[in-house]
Design a protein. Structure first.
Length: 87
């Protein structure tokens, strides 16, 4: 099961059953017309505690991939292209 971590307003939340890429695509598509929307997240560790986050075109949030915890990072961006074998 995939779990994605979101940092929103200095608090940490999780979204289940969506990869970071899927969540990023969902956020981008949902904001395409500029209208705000509510995103359902888990507000606690362990037992699910539903929270609704208001997302707008000016919302600052970070998306973290929890599935890669403990693995070496692989950076593949326009600015940096580091291969895992270069360590």
């Amino acid at each position: 099961m995939s779990r994605t971590i979101i940092v929103y307003g200095d608090r940490v939340y999780t979204v289940s059953d969506r990869t970071p890429d899927e969540l990023r695509e969902h956020l981008t598509a949902s904001l395409a017309d500029g209208a705000p929307f509510w995103l359902t997240v888990n507000a606690t560790e362990g037992r699910f505690t539903r929270a609704q986050l208001l997302v707008t075109t000016n919302t600052a949030l970070a998306i973290l991939d929890d599935d890669n915890a403990g693995q070496r990072p692989r950076f593949d961006t326009e600015v940096s292209n580091t291969d895992d074998t270069d360590y």
